[in-house]
Design a protein around this ligand. Structure first.
Ligand SMILES: Nc1nc2c(ncn2[C@@H]2O[C@H](COP(=O)(O)OP(=O)(O)O)[C@@H](O)[C@H]2O)c(=O)[nH]1
Ligand SMILES: [Mg+2]
Length: 388
């Protein structure tokens, strides 16, 4: 064979090979990731419907592991699991119910009810009011019909948990801030995760990203906990696990606000729907905390207003956690609460206490360490679980 023929054959093979790669590559990135295959159901309405038009985003290189991800559990399935976990951990409602159904209650019985309520983290004030109400109702009803008593207690608890609060996450794509250069993209809805160290912020970012992906939203996460290198690494691991790009600082100790700004900027540039920003929970002093969180929020607001600031609280820390929560809520305006580790406590009363003290609703609950262990908070399901 002449040398020019060999060259020709090589060129032809290279062109065919190149074409094959292009076609296959396109096909690969256009195939919807499995996590998007979730069929919305009625209960998914707890989070607002995803935007009508779907962007071309979510196909970043970093997100490619989605192809191997298993499908997230459906929202109703999660709530069912929440119910059975709460019921399994011996909710205080059931204990109170069993005393109430004895009928003709002695003073010792009433004391037993009071003790149960107090140890459930409801707090003195709420317990006293609830005791008064139960005594009154018990007199009015003058019955030991367990169903009637159950209905009274259920109604009381439901009122305390307050089903009228708006628990949906604000995930509408916001209007850009004044001065935002629109050639840099359309700002994403921003969620800031704050709270004390160890409460579950990073884990919640990962789990929430997965819930959002299951609703066909696209997500970028920002690792603004730059205090420890391990923190950014942990979020990056979650990013890989759920199939979401993570923006992180160049080095340990980078400015958290600039990482948050970069993450929101990257979200706008790539046209994703939501940017989730994880922060550090150092509670060294209130001034320092206010400074850092305030700055993060301010720089993100320069792109578009932050729609959700979620305070992550460990449900097992009870009243102690409440004091810390107060500091955070003073440092930065909180729009919702995530109660984590609900799988590890029977003290459901914390829901009532935290909402009352901070004046914002519990929006999400953590039920374990797994990727699907996060559920929207559903007052009725919660109360029923306490009583089952
Ligand atoms: N049992 C249980 N553990 C959780 C839950 N959420 C987080 N954790 C665990 O709590 C620990 C601290 O979580 P992390 O996200 O690192 O907290 P952060 O310091 O606030 O970011 C980790 O071991 C998590 O796996 C939950 O809902 N239930
Ligand atoms: Mg963390």
């Amino acid at each position: 064979m002449e040398p020019w023929m060999i060259v020709l054959v090589v060129i032809v093979l290279a062109v065919i090979g190149g074409l094959w790669f292009v076609v296959r590559g396109r096909g690969g990135s256009q195939a919807p990731p499995e996590v998007s295959a979730h069929k919305p159901t009625a209960a998914d309405d707890i989070l607002p419907a995803p935007p009508a038009e779907q962007e071309e985003a979510g196909t970043h290189d970093v997100a490619s592991p989605t192809a191997t991800l298993e499908r997230p559990e459906s929202i109703p399935g999660r709530m069912q699991r929440l119910r059975s976990r709460l019921a399994g951990s011996g909710g205080f409602g059931r204990a109170v119910l069993s005393v109430l159904s004895r009928g003709d209650l002695s003073e010792a019985d009433w004391e037993e009810i009071e003790d149960t309520l107090l140890t459930s983290d409801l707090g003195i004030e709420v317990t006293t009011a609830l005791m008064d109400e139960l005594r009154t109702q018990a007199r009015v009803l003058s019955t030991c019909d367990p169903q009637a008593i159950r209905d009274v207690l259920r109604a009381q608890l439901l009122t305390l948990v307050d089903p009228t609060m708006d628990r949906s996450l604000s995930l509408e794509r916001p209007a850009p801030a004044e001065g935002w250069d629109e050639t840099k993209g359309a700002p994403a809805a921003a969620v800031l995760m704050v709270g004390v160290n160890g409460t579950g912020k990073t884990t919640t970012c990962g789990k929430l990203a997965r819930v959002l992906l299951a609703q066909d939203r696209t997500v970028v996460m920002g690792a603004a906990d730059t205090f420890r290198a391990a923190a950014a690494e942990q979020l990056t691991t979650w990013g890989r696990r759920v199939g979401v790009e993570v923006v992180r600082g160049q080095k340990e100790g980078a400015d958290p606000a600039s990482v948050a700004y970069d993450a929101a900027g990257e979200a706008a540039r790539t046209g994703v729907d939501v940017v989730l920003v994880d922060t550090a929970g150092r509670l060294q002093n209130k001034a320092g905390l206010m400074d850092e969180l305030g700055k993060i929020k301010r720089v993100m607001d320069k792109i578009a207003p932050v729609g959700e600031v979620l305070l992550v609280l460990d449900a097992t820390t009870g009243q102690n956690g409440m004091r810390q929560a107060q500091v955070f809520s003073e440092a930065v305006g909180i729009t919702g609460i995530v109660l984590t580790k609900m799988d590890g406590t029977a003290k459901g009363g914390i829901v009532v206490t935290v909402q009352k003290e901070l004046g914002v609703p519990v929006k999400l609950v953590g039920l374990g360490e797994g990727a699907d262990d996060l559920a929207p908070f559903d007052p009725e399901g919660f109360v029923d679980a306490l009583l089952s």
